[in-house]
Design a protein around this ligand. Structure first.
Ligand SMILES: Nc1ncnc2c1ncn2[C@@H]1O[C@H](COP(=O)(O)OP(=O)(O)OP(=O)(O)O)[C@@H](O)[C@H]1O
Ligand SMILES: [Mg+2]
Length: 303
């Protein structure tokens, strides 16, 4: 692992800072962190592309690009297309190497924020076919497929300040492809024994990718999520500190009802307003955004 100054990121071959939000343990806050970090970076006037590599498609649905919400016909998100079930080209076509899909490129499936008022950043949505990835992406080249697809996208004229990738809760070929393309990982973990053990396995996986691919991978942040103000949480936070504080900043996010409500309503924390105060969450994700700016030596864009 890169023994770098705090939060110093690795710039991948595209030249664009790219961060994969990972942990093979489920429900730790990967998707929450991806959406809210993307929103925070966008609020600081950065152009962001978010990629949903998870067959569960939580980020795609959360941003309104799923089946829509029949319970709320007035939601502006109902105007967005349902990208999950489209017969058009999808992300699996981009990642899989077969004659039918050989020429599918990311540019065909990027949803541009300029086209939809509701979106604050561009999105590569997931798709129902992504569940087949583990069967179809079975050759060595598959692990490089997202990296190659991003190189083509950027060579083709797309330009972003940051690319953020939401990983599935596993150590599958999809997660490997995301780590190889990004070379920067933001860990989302809960302050629990199972999360600490999962991070140990993830660490081994990252080291093995570094060896096999001959690349550097940096940890650019760790979200200690659903942190409780008790001895148990503190014990695991101390363990995270010991293992990761020299590599990357650790962000402590308590259990916050606004995070859950924003999620349930398909909003990021910057869009979401209710009677509860959202300041804690907003400040945390703005801090994450500032850390990413520092990690890649990019200051806030002047407008
Ligand atoms: N700090 C928090 N406070 C309250 N609820 C939270 C918090 N963080 C995440 N959640 C909620 O926990 C659930 C799981 O979060 P999320 O989907 O982001 O995790 P994940 O790691 O992406 O899950 P998966 O492994 O299934 O992809 C969601 O309902 C989310 O709203
Ligand atoms: Mg998720």
């Amino acid at each position: 692992m890169t023994e770098s100054p705090r939060g110093w990121g690795v710039t991948p071959s595209t030249g664009i800072p790219t961060i994969a939000f990972g942990n093979q343990k489920g429900g730790t806050g990967k998707t929450t962190a991806t959406i809210n970090s993307a929103a925070a970076l966008a609020s600081r006037d950065h152009d962001v592309l978010a990629i949903d590599m998870d067959p569960q498609a939580d980020m795609t649905k959360g941003l309104g690009l799923g089946p829509g919400d029949d319970n709320d016909p007035s939601s502006p998100k109902n105007d967005l297309p349902n990208t999950l079930a489209t017969d058009d080209a999808n992300l699996l076509d981009v990642l899989v190497d077969n004659p039918r899909t050989d020429n599918t490129t990311l540019s065909e499936i990027v949803i541009r924020s300029d086209d939809y008022e509701h979106l604050n950043f561009d999105l590569v949505p997931s798709h129902k076919d992504m569940g087949l990835a583990r069967d179809w992406m079975d050759d060595a080249g598959a692990r490089l497929s997202l990296k190659v697809a991003l190189e083509e996208l950027i060579d083709g004229g797309y330009d972003y300040d940051y690319i953020l990738i939401d990983c599935p809760p596993d150590l599958s070929v999809l997660t490997d492809a995301a780590f190889i393309a990004a070379q920067n990982v933001f860990l989302a973990a809960q302050t629990q024994a199972t999360s600490r053990d999962a991070l140990d396995d993830l660490w081994d996986q990252l080291e093995s990718i570094e060896d096999n691919q001959q690349i550097e991978i940096a940890i650019v942040g760790l979200l200690a999520n659903m942190y409780r103000d008790d001895g148990q949480s503190q014990k695991f936070l101390d363990a995270f500190d010991e293992s990761y504080a020299s590599l990357a900043p650790i962000f402590k996010l308590p259990m916050r009802v606004a995070i859950q409500r924003a999620w349930d309503n398909g909003c990021d924390i910057f869009e979401w307003e209710d009677a509860n105060d959202q300041q804690v969450e907003r400040e945390l994700f703005l801090e994450v955004a500032e850390t990413m700016e520092r990690a890649f030596d990019k200051t806030q864009v002047e407008v």
